[in-house]
Write a protein that binds this ligand. Structure first.
Ligand SMILES: [Cu+2]
Length: 404
């Protein structure tokens, strides 16, 4: 009798603990905006399909888990050995095997898994469906992402940018995912599942955003020192805003004002010190001041300008200040955005940002890049510290802020 009562009590406690952890797992569902990096707050059809699979699978798996655990705890407590039990006398009846039960607990899980497999395969296949898609090439680098847009589909890259991929809402986007060095994984949880970026291969992931906003992502394949802060964003714009973005990105940025001595000095410094790795389209790193942009910016690396890609490459800086985030998506480029993309993922971005730049983030990066993220520039991983003077930092910042 006593056994039975404490078995029930312990089973009850175990159930409460299990339900508590279950609640921890699912509490993000339905929260407005969700957390930035949760799979459980889908904002597009692909992510929604995954969600539609997760919920029933989770419920079935959860039910099985609860039944098994309840049975286990109850049996362990109910039939436990007692202080006054005598060996060989107060023992339960000893049995060996039970064919019916054994066949049962083989067939039932097999059937459950078989049914789930049907939905699993269905969803997996549906992930690749895309209707009149826009293709964007994504290239993983230690520790930032590059995006290339071939707008006419003629094999010529028209836009190269970093950290932040702009997309129009309501359109299927096919991300063609590649890597420049090691294996990374491209993951925007609000829009779709993960996809590995593997050197020498191109994988694809289809996404579509239903609402405009900045959708946060994180590299999810361990790729070295700064893997944990290798962020990325996909910014979805209304179609008109997206066109505005494309227009701006395919136009050469204005030259710094000739009276702006700081920016002019910064540009000169940039050409001599930085364009070795960072490209500003149309700006010939071999020329000398005053610099001229060629009429048509050609972002194709090495096509119009011979750039020694000593460090593999570095983020294209042509329209640096068009991006809401910098440094591998980690630091906000404008005030009002949170570091590493925390907070509400549906912050709406302007196609041509007009906010106040986070100058201090930029300056700290130039002053001491390794204080922001661990890197190993001697091994072509990340950006070296050039021991710039405060004056040079002011000049470079003034120039970089003109790149819009
Ligand atoms: Cu990575």
């Amino acid at each position: 009798m006593r056994n039975k009562r404490s078995a029930t009590i312990w089973t009850g406690i175990a159930l409460v603990v299990v339900l508590f952890f279950g609640w921890l797992l699912v509490r993000d569902i339905g929260l407005p905006g969700g957390r930035a990096l949760t799979t459980l707050s889908p904002q597009g059809p692909k992510a929604q399909e995954i969600q539609n699979l997760i919920i029933p699978v989770f419920l079935v798996a959860g039910l099985v888990f609860v039944l098994v655990q309840v049975g286990l705890v109850w049996l362990v407590v109910r039939f436990r050995r007692h202080k006054d039990d005598r060996d060989g006398v107060d023992e339960p009846e000893q049995v060996h095997g039970n064919t019916k039960l054994e066949i049962g607990w083989t067939i039932v899980p097999a059937a459950v898994l078989a049914v789930l497999a049907v939905f699993n395969v269905q969803t997996t296949l549906a992930m690749d469906n895309a209707d009149d898609p826009l293709e964007i090439t994504v290239i993983g680098n230690q520790w930032w992402w590059e995006y290339r847009y071939d707008l006419e589909g003629d094999g010529v890259v028209d836009i190269i940018t970093a950290n932040d991929a702009a997309i129009p809402v309501g359109r299927d986007i096919v991300f063609k995912i590649q890597s420049n060095d090691v294996i990374h994984s491209f993951w925007i949880p609000a829009l779709a599942g993960k996809m590995d970026a593997v050197p020498g291969r191109t994988h694809q992931r289809v996404m579509r955003a239903d609402e405009p906003g900045i959708y946060q992502g994180q590299c999810t394949e361990y790729c070295g020192l700064s893997h944990g802060v290798m962020r990325m964003q996909v910014t979805a714009y209304e179609p008109d805003d997206y066109d505005t973005w494309i227009e701006a990105m395919t136009t050469a940025p204005a030259q710094p004002d000739p009276d702006d001595e700081l920016a002019i000095a910064g540009q000169e410094l940039f050409v001599t010190q930085c364009s070795f790795c960072h490209q500003v389209n149309g700006l010939d790193p071999n020329s000398s001041a005053p610099f001229e942009y060629s009429d048509l910016p050609d972002p194709d690396y090495g096509a119009s300008i011979d750039i020694p890609l000593a460090s593999g490459n570095a983020p294209n800086m042509t329209h640096f200040m068009m991006r809401p985030y910098m440094v591998g998506g980690l630091l906000p480029a404008y005030e009002g955005l949170s570091r590493g993309g925390g907070g509400d993922q549906r912050t709406v971005a302007e196609p041509i940002p007009s906010g106040t730049p986070e100058e201090n983030n930029l300056k700290q990066w130039l002053r001491e890049p390794e204080s922001i993220k661990p890197m190993n520039p001697d091994n072509n991983q990340g950006m070296p510290n050039y021991n710039l003077t405060e004056e040079q930092i002011e000049q470079l910042t003034a120039y970089l802020l003109t790149l819009k």
